[in-house]
Design a protein around this ligand. Structure first.
Ligand SMILES: [Zn+2]
Length: 684
């Protein structure tokens, strides 16, 4: 019995040549000429009585099989009424018992189709059926069967009726306000990885499966006018790469190899770039379509660092703060066991700097570590460089407090190098310098040189203006001997790189290009000529946690799916730009993301320019438009890796001069355009 509260769904599908039973003596056109002579026809059928089945079960062609999968999944949710357009029997209900036959409209000439369809009373029966009340009708027919239906502009459609047919047959559909059409072609076959023969069944089957999960609203939304229904149908997960995939954790736990010439690069004689690491890794096999990791949750056992993803680092060294290394007991134990290089999966000769992460104890009166403790830690983990314990002056409340921190930092540097020398340690000590003015920095630097330091690190200027940083650097440079290595902590600004070099800075670190990927809303992706907004499509599941109304949950998930497939459809050149933007905006509004008109314009620009296609980096090549989605670690960090890669290329180009490196010319070279493209960015 139909359930009045459920959506009534009528499905009309063409018969298929493949049948469950295909015995000798199956009915042919000759037999069906007696269709209206019941006695004769019944006699012919009875010879095949052992093969008799309900029509719904008779056909085994791909279109039917795939459609039936969807019907089975959706039967509990909707009242489904299945009809078959049989080239032998005419229009029959799915429950009608039939016997095997060999008969198809395919390959018939137009006039033949018309004549035979008339013999079967097809046009009349189809028109009667379409005029009967239901909530939604889906019709799956190819060109020949569509002709056999004999539809005209006068055909009465009681319900919204969606035709799934070949795109070449679209023009032969009548016009009617309730009629919608999905024209399928080869690109859909590729997209859904299904041959053209079964594609209509595949699309409708998937639609039904999705609708069974998401409910009536989903079906209604998918069949609205001007909506590309394909946006509602998830694409199959990408095929695994044909390369041999190692079993985990070997897949990710490998150490990158230095290029044949070693790590040296021309720009390093001027400035070396270090990147602070906060366990920034991604799953190389992350499945963006199903949002699943290759094995369980994302962690060290299935994720890679940027230098592993690219095979080469986009930096000249890594910087690890003690507080990051101390995050958990498991991590501390692992670091002790394997050392910092193996942990970061870089070879021993790749520079890794350790510092104490002064921000973590900014408000304490004195740093929570002793010099001997820190020396032991750097040695145990095998750092290339170790930074003495500094204390940030601006954490102090008073002038006297600042002076105390200044003096303490200098005292720590003295203890640090004294003990380092006494123990004959083989890594390079860096004296951390703090100061309240350029003169104070210089005064401390002078003392450090006397202590025996060849490497200094200027701290506490992450928030400072570039002019001030340059004053400090110059003041220090004036008092230290030539060849002294000076690291600038937490600052790497594209438009000041050459000025830093002139002021004697020899290395700098910054995570701002990485973190820009998810911190700066609207400027998350560094393109060749400009910054692009990443398109924010937050995970729908997290938005539904507190909801109790299942329809509301369904709505969120349906609009989320539409936003994702809108963007992917545009990226794959299957659906339009407006569709993508509208779907993203609709979902954003639903989940309470307020998008300004300016940001919507930025989204449009991102999609329109297709920067993911222009970037040849390993990450964009593999993940495509997913890199431009603001959604979860595996997309956001990938985008951060890309940004770092872009910055590193630009930095090398700026430092070595135009044309001295094989870098594509599209990068902005002039410092003015660089300033326009990349405004000053700071860590924190
Ligand atoms: Zn890229």
């Amino acid at each position: 019995m139909p359930n009045p509260s459920r959506l009534r769904l009528r499905i009309i599908t063409a018969c298929t040549g493949q049948k469950r039973h295909m015995p000798e003596g199956s009915l042919t056109q000759d037999d069906f000429t007696y269709l209206h002579a019941p006695e004769i026809f019944a006699q012919r059928e009875s010879a095949l009585a052992t093969y008799q089945l309900p029509a719904a079960e008779m056909y085994t062609g791909q279109q039917h099989v795939r459609l039936m999968r969807g019907i089975e999944a959706a039967q509990a949710t909707f009242d489904i009424d299945l009809w078959i357009v049989s080239a032998g029997y005419g229009l029959i209900h799915g429950t009608r018992e039939i016997v095997p036959y060999e008969m198809t409209f395919q390959g018939m000439k137009a006039q033949e189709i018309d004549a035979w369809a008339a013999h079967l009373n097809l046009p009349q029966n189809v028109q009667n059926l379409l005029a009967q009340p239901t909530d939604l009708t889906l019709i799956l027919v190819g060109k020949s069967y569509l002709r056999a239906l004999g539809l005209t502009d006068d055909t009465d459609f009681d319900s919204t009726t969606v035709f799934f047919t070949g795109s070449e047959a679209l023009h032969s559909l009548p016009t009617h306000p309730k009629l919608r059409a999905v024209g399928l072609n080869k690109s859909d076959a590729t997209r859904y990885r299904c041959g053209l023969v079964g594609l209509k069944g595949e699309i409708v089957g998937k639609l039904l499966i999705e609708a069974a999960n998401h409910g009536t609203d989903y079906l209604i939304a998918a069949t609205q006018p001007d909506v590309d229904l394909r946006m509602f149908i998830p694409e199959p997960a990408p095929l695994p790469p044909k390369v041999h995939v190692l079993s985990r954790p070997e897949r990710v736990d490998f150490i990158i190899k230095a290029p044949p010439g070693g790590w040296a690069k021309p720009h390093q004689s001027k400035l070396r770039f270090f990147i602070p690491d906060w366990d920034d890794h991604v799953d190389p096999d992350y499945d963006f379509l199903t949002e699943t990791h290759a094995g369980g949750k994302g962690n060290r056992s299935n994720q890679m660092f940027a230098h592993q993803m690219y095979g080469q680092p986009s930096y000249d060294g890594l910087l690890v703060s003690k507080m990051v290394a101390d995050e958990s007991k498991i991590k501390r134990d692992l670091l002790t066991e394997i050392g910092i290089h193996q942990y970061l999966r870089v070879p021993k000769d790749f520079p890794v700097m350790g510092d104490c992460g002064a921000f973590s104890y900014l408000l304490d009166d004195i740093p929570p570590y002793s010099s001997s403790e820190i020396l032991e830690y750097y040695t145990r983990l095998g750092f290339t460089y170790g930074v003495s314990i500094d204390h940030l002056l601006f954490g102090a409340q008073t002038e006297a407090g600042m002076q105390a921190r200044y003096d303490l930092t200098i005292q720590n540097a003295e203890d640090f190098i004294t003990e380092h020398r006494k123990n004959g340690l083989d890594w390079t000590p860096i004296g951390a310098v703090q100061g309240a003015s350029p003169a104070k920095y210089a005064e401390a630097a002078k003392k450090y040189i006397k202590m025996g330091y060849t490497h200094l690190g200027l701290g506490g200027m992450v928030r400072s203006k570039t002019d001030y940083i340059l004053q400090v650097a110059h003041a220090v440079n004036d008092v230290v001997p030539a060849g002294t290595q000076v690291h600038l902590f937490g600052v790497a600004r594209v438009d000041s790189l050459t000025d830093f070099v002139k002021a004697g800075i020899t290395s700098a670190d910054s995570a701002s290009f990485l973190r820009q990927a998810w911190i700066r809303f609207g400027q998350n992706y560094i393109g060749d000529e400009r910054l692009y907004a990443a398109i924010r499509i937050p995970g729908g599941q997290s938005k539904t946690k507190r909801l109790t109304d299942p329809r509301e949950v369904e709505r969120i998930l349906a609009l989320e799916a539409a936003a994702l497939s809108g963007v992917r459809g545009w990226a794959n050149r299957i659906s339009g730009l407006n569709q993508a933007v509208d779907a993203v905006v609709a979902y954003s509004e639903l989940v309470g993301l307020r998008l300004t008109p300016k940001l919507i314009d930025e989204y449009r620009l991102t999609l329109d320019h297709r920067p993911w296609e222009q970037c040849g980096c390993a990450i964009c090549k593999q993940a495509g438009v997913e890199v431009l989605l603001f959604r979860g670690n595996n997309r956001n960090r990938r985008r951060g890796f890309h940004n770092t890669y872009m910055f590193y290329r630009l930095m090398q180009q700026i430092l070595t001069g135009e044309g001295s490196l094989p870098i594509p010319a599209e990068w902005p070279l002039k410092s003015r355009s660089v300033q326009l493209v990349l405004p000053q960015m700071e860590t924190l």
